[in-house]
Design a protein around this ligand. Structure first.
Ligand SMILES: [Zn+2]
Length: 461
C-alpha cells in the first residue's frame, strides 16, 4: 500500500474551524487523506513513519491544501510581457490575437506545459483553463496533454465565440458543441479523474444570444460548469446594453446560464441587482485582482460579495495579463487591492483570503466534498511552503506569512492525489529547462514572423 506522511510542519487545515496544528501531520493512503492532527515529537507517533513508504519532514514549513486557480488561459505564457501598457481591446487586437493566430498545435502544448508547471510551483494543484483559440482542431488536446504530463488537475473550459472581434477566431455553434461533445467523450475524467471538461462561452459580447441559450441547455443536460468572462470592463456593459438593453449579468440570467454551476469570471462592473442575482442563483465569482489592475479594468466589489455570502474564488487570469501565474502572489494583491480601494485596513484578513483560494475554489468547481481542505476523506492535494527564508521569517502567524510574504519560489513540495509532482521546488515529472529552452526558441521564431505587421513584436526595450 502506498502510504505517505507529511509531518512536523505547521498544518493549516482550512477546515470549517480553520484549525491549525503546530506541529502537525497529514497521513495519506493512495490518493486520499486518512488522518490530520497534532504531531507528537516524543516518538509516540513514529509508527506512522514506519508504515509510510514516503515521509517528508516539514520542519520550518507550512502545509496547506492545494490552491485552486479559478481562471487562466495557459496558452498566453507565449505572449506575456509583449506590451504592458495597452487597454484590453487594443491588447487583444495587437498582441493576443496575432500571436494566437501564429501559434501551431505544438506551441499550444509547450505554452500550456510551462503554464501548468508554473501553477504547480506556486501552489496550485487545480486550474480552470479557459481555452478559446481553436485555429487547429487539436489545440484543446495539446493543452490537455500538457495538463496530464505535468501532473496537475486541469479543468478545460472549452471556450468559444461566434461573434469574436477577430473573424478568424469565430466558430459556428455546430463547431463549438461538436468539439465539446468529442472532448467530453475523449477526455472528461482522464488521468485518473484529473482532467475535467466545462463549457466556456468567451464573454457576453462575443457570443450570440442563440449560442448562449444553447450553452445553457447543454450545461444543464450534462451537469457541466459554465465558465464565462462577465462585466470585465465598463465598455462591455455598454455593448450588451446597446444590443439587448441588458447589463452583462442580466443577459446571462435571461439566457438561462446563471446557476450554481456558473462561474462569473471577473464580475467587475456589477450593480446591486446583479449581485443579488448571483446570490439568489448561487453562482460563484472568480476574482482575478492582478489582471484587473494590470488592464486597468476596475475593482470588483469583493468585500460586499463576501458579506452577502456569495462564493468568491481567486484566479491568476492568463499570463498575458498578469504576467505570471504566481498563485501565492495573488493572495497579497487580493488583500491589498480591496484595503486601498475602500480605505479600510480591516478588510480581508489573511485567513479569509486563503479560504477564497482553497475552500471557495473547490466550491466553485463543484468539489467541496473532496478538495479545498486538509481533512480525512479528501484528496491528498497538498502543498508545503518554506518559511525559513529571509523575506518571511520570523513567523508570528502562518496565515499572514503566506499571504503577505511568501511567493511561488517558496513552494517546496506539491502533491496531487498523493503523488509528488514538485519536490524541492522543482517539477519531478518534467525537465523544466529543456521545455523552457524549446519554448523560447519557438517564441523567437513567432516574434520574427509577426514583427513585420505588428511592430510591438520587434521591440526589445
Ligand atoms: Zn480571462
Amino acid at each position: 500500500m502506498s502510504n505517505k506522511l507529511i509531518y512536523n510542519g505547521t498544518v493549516l487545515t482550512m477546515n470549517a474551524a480553520n484549525q491549525i496544528f503546530k506541529p502537525g501531520y497529514v497521513y495519506m493512503e493512495h490518493d486520499v487523506i486518512k488522518e490530520v492532527g497534532e504531531w507528537k515529537t516524543d516518538g509516540s507517533m513514529d509508527y506512522l513513519l514506519a508504515k509510510s513508504s514516503y515521509s517528508y519532514n516539514a520542519a520550518g514549513k507550512v502545509v496547506i491544501p492545494g490552491i485552486i486557480n479559478g481562471h487562466t488561459h495557459l496558452f498566453q505564457t507565449f505572449m506575456r510581457g509583449v506590451s504592458d501598457h495597452s487597454p484590453l481591446a487594443q491588447w487583444l487586437k495587437e498582441i493576443i490575437w496575432p500571436m494566437s493566430l501564429a501559434m501551431e498545435p505544438e506551441d499550444f502544448y509547450l505554452a500550456a506545459l510551462i503554464g501548468c508547471i508554473e501553477n504547480l510551483k506556486s501552489g496550485a494543484t487545480y486550474m480552470m483553463d479557459h481555452h478559446y483559440i481553436h485555429t487547429y482542431p487539436e489545440n484543446d488536446a495539446s493543452v490537455l496533454r500538457a495538463m496530464v504530463d505535468s501532473g496537475i488537475r486541469g479543468h478545460l473550459a472549452r471556450g468559444g465565440s461566434d461573434l469574436a472581434g477577430e473573424i478568424r477566431l469565430r466558430e459556428t455553434e455546430e463547431m463549438i458543441f461538436g468539439s465539446t461533445d468529442r472532448l467530453l467523450d475523449e477526455w472528461d475524467g482522464a488521468a485518473s479523474g484529473r482532467i475535467r471538461i466545462a463549457l466556456g462561452p468567451l464573454n457576453l459580447y462575443g457570443c450570440s444570444r442563440g449560442y448562449l441559450e444553447k450553452a445553457a441547455v447543454f450545461s444543464q443536460e450534462r451537469k457541466l460548469i459554465s465558465h464565462v468572462h462577465v462585466a470585465e470592463t465598463r465598455e462591455q456593459i455598454d455593448t450588451t446594453m446597446a444590443r439587448y438593453g441588458l447589463r452583462n449579468l442580466e443577459l446571462l440570467n435571461e439566457v438561462g446560464l446563471l446557476g450554481e454551476r456558473t462561474q462569473v469570471v471577473h464580475g467587475v462592473w456589477l450593480d446591486d441587482g446583479e449581485l443579488e442575482l448571483i446570490k439568489a442563483k448561487q453562482a460563484s465569482v472568480i476574482h482575478c485582482p492582478v489582471s484587473n489592475m494590470y488592464l486597468a479594468s476596475g475593482v470588483a466589489r469583493v468585500p460586499e460579495m463576501l458579506k452577502m455570502g456569495i462564493n468568491v474564488a481567486l484566479g491568476t487570469d492568463g499570463p498575458g495579463s498578469n504576467n505570471c501565474q504566481d498563485n501565492l502572489e495573488v493572495l497579497k494583491f487580493t488583500a491589498c487591492l480591496h484595503k486601498v480601494n475602500e480605505l479600510d485596513a480591516t478588510l480581508l484578513p489573511p485567513m479569509d483570503v486563503l479560504r477564497m483560494a482553497t475552500v471557495n475554489g473547490a466550491k466553485a468547481v463543484g468539489r467541496s466534498a473532496d478538495l479545498g481542505s486538509l481533512e480525512p476523506g479528501k484528496k491528498a492535494d497538498i502543498v508545503t511552503v518554506d518559511m525559513l527564508k529571509a523575506h518571511i521569517s520570523p513567523v508570528h502567524r502562518a496565515s499572514s506569512s503566506l499571504v503577505y510574504n511568501a511567493n511561488g519560489n517558496d513552494v517546496d513540495l506539491v502533491m496531487v492525489g498523493g503523488q509528488v509532482v514538485v519536490e524541492h521546488g522543482r517539477s519531478t515529472w518534467i525537465d523544466e529547462r529543456e521545455v523552457l529552452q524549446r519554448a523560447q526558441a519557438r517564441v523567437d521564431i513567432l516574434r520574427s514572423k509577426l514583427a513585420g505587421q505588428y511592430p510591438i513584436f520587434a521591440t526589445i526595450e
